[in-house]
Design a protein around this ligand. Structure first.
Ligand SMILES: [Fe+2]
Length: 207
């Protein structure tokens, strides 16, 4: 079964890539933390699904381009063709958890009725090694529950209708749990308005 078929049939698939392609994003993350981003780079911090979770969204075209380059330079670029045949990167962020978090509720990323299955995707991969006590991802494939374990060099790509939740996570002093998240969607105009509304609710427009 191809990844595109698996994505269509099961609403998720997995991709592997060379971890060295994360280096530019690791550098960007460090620069963001130490407030020394280059002039053209910017992020917006939005509250995540828990008080200890923050979504740092790329808010300038060069910043989003850095996340896009990570796809096109590595095998993660396949994600753009897996989602609806030909999609584009709409948004990207670092999902940062600092401190303990409980098991969160199951949810889907694009629940709106106007957005069918097969036209949106979220891809997640850890920016830095994911070790205990960091929690992983609980997933629901129809009626089957399973655990997806984050590993550097592996990514999960799931549909906007795929049910998932973050597992409970413990914290490590001076160490954040960081995922890279890419929001991928079709450019099909039948869905683009509703999709954009979801993205806009999470981040300000690009500069
Ligand atoms: Fe989600």
């Amino acid at each position: 079964m191809t990844r595109a078929q698996q994505f269509q049939d099961h609403l998720f698939t997995e991709l592997a890539f060379r971890a060295r392609h994360l280096s530019p994003l690791r550098r960007l993350y460090r620069q963001m933390l130490s407030d020394c981003l280059g002039e053209q780079f910017s992020f917006h911090a939005s509250p995540g699904l828990h008080a200890n979770m923050t979504w740092h969204y790329a808010t300038s075209p060069p910043t989003l381009a850095a996340f896009h380059r990570c796809l096109t330079d590595s095998d993660l670029g396949e994600s753009l063709s897996i989602v609806h045949g030909d999609s584009r990167l709409l948004a990207a962020c670092f999902v940062v958890v600092e401190g303990d978090t409980p098991v969160l509720d199951y949810h889907v990323d694009y629940g709106q009725a106007e957005i069918p299955a097969g036209v949106t995707g979220t891809m997640l991969t850890p920016l830095i090694a994911f070790e205990p006590p960091f929690g992983h991802l609980d997933c629901r494939d129809g009626t089957r529950d399973f655990e997806y374990r984050y590993k550097v060099g592996d990514a999960i790509l799931f549909d906007g209708k795929f049910e998932h939740r973050s597992q409970a996570a413990g914290s490590v002093a001076n160490q954040a749990r960081v995922l890279v998240s890419w929001s991928i969607a079709t450019e099909d105009t039948r869905y683009s308005f509703a999709i954009k509304r979801v993205i806009d609710s999470q981040m300000p427009p690009l500069d």
